[in-house]
Ligand binder design. Structure first.
Ligand code: 5RP
Length: 263
């Protein structure tokens, strides 16, 4: 890895090699999703607890102060919406030049393996990697499933994560699943997990974070299960304890309960 690439990766992955990324990029296809109607109010209090922000350029420019020294993982794929026919119909929508102007630590794009627009998204990933490599910018590939949440099993996620890494992605964001260690084992680059749609119980969120780390994930890149919670700071703090302090599930759950009461 060249110095610039290494330096950017080290801004995202802390000295223990792990990371807590906060995903707030959902609006690119979901619009003003529930509890993210006013991004500034939601994002600002969580910044001190996040190692990086996964975000779109519109929300970054309009809702995050440029004085924050938080690494930015810029969502650069889009072109779809929740109302469209097929969520897999995405392409690169933001230039690497604009990403550089925003001083990003990485750029992010979704691939939809096995979906209608699989080829288009895989070629978009390849083009993005070719261009971002020229400037030492890491690419995070999201193994997206669109509305087909049932796809989230080890066989599918191993396939899509491995394809993303084979094409040259430096980081893969995927979902936690049973036998998650198989997904990590077959993916030669750092794997972080998404949270997926909001779960009923915050303790289930902590459980998947804990299990994912135990299986070799290098961190989380979670959104809805943090900021759609009534206790977002308590959730992200407990996740941090799992990722960065090797906290047991019991210890992290106790921390969550304690911070929840203190709110
Ligand atoms: C969809 C995405 C989302 O934009 C988001 O980053 C996912 O985060 P979470 O599932 O934790 O809300 O990547 O594929």
């Amino acid at each position: 890895m060249d110095w610039g690439m290494k330096n950017r990766m080290s801004r995202i992955f802390k000295s223990d090699g792990k990371t807590v990324m906060l995903a707030v990029d959902h609006g690119y296809f979901l619009g003003a999703v529930s509890r993210m109607e006013e991004p500034r109010k939601v994002i600002e209090p969580l910044i001190p607890y996040a190692d990086s922000l996964m975000i779109t350029r519109g929300i970054l420019r309009n809702c995050v102060e440029a004085t924050h020294n938080i690494p930015v993982v810029l969502r650069v794929s889009s072109g779809n919406s929740i109302l469209g026919k097929d969520l897999s119909c995405e392409d690169i929508a933001v230039s690497v030049k604009d990403a550089l102007r925003l001083n990003v630590a990485a750029v992010a794009l979704s691939v939809y393996v096995g979906a209608e627009y699989e080829h288009q998204t895989l070629m978009a990933l390849s083009r993005l990697i070719n261009e971002a490599n020229d400037y030492g910018i890491p690419v995070l590939a999201v193994t997206a499933v669109g509305k087909e949440l049932e796809k989230r099993d080890a066989r599918y996620l191993t396939l899509s994560s491995r394809i993303a890494a084979e094409l040259g992605a430096q980081i893969v964001k995927t979902y936690f699943c049973e036998d998650f260690q198989d997904v990590v084992k077959a993916c030669p680059v750092p794997v972080v997990i998404a949270g997926g749609p909001k779960m009923k119980d915050e303790l289930d969120v902590l459980r998947i974070a804990y299990e994912a780390i135990r299986c070799g994930a290098r961190g989380v890149d979670m959104g809805r299960n943090i900021w759609q919670s009534r206790w977002p700071v308590a959730v992200i703090s407990a996740i941090r304890s799992i990722v960065h302090e090797d906290a047991s599930l019991e210890k992290a759950s106790a921390l969550f309960e304690e911070l929840k009461q203190a709110r």
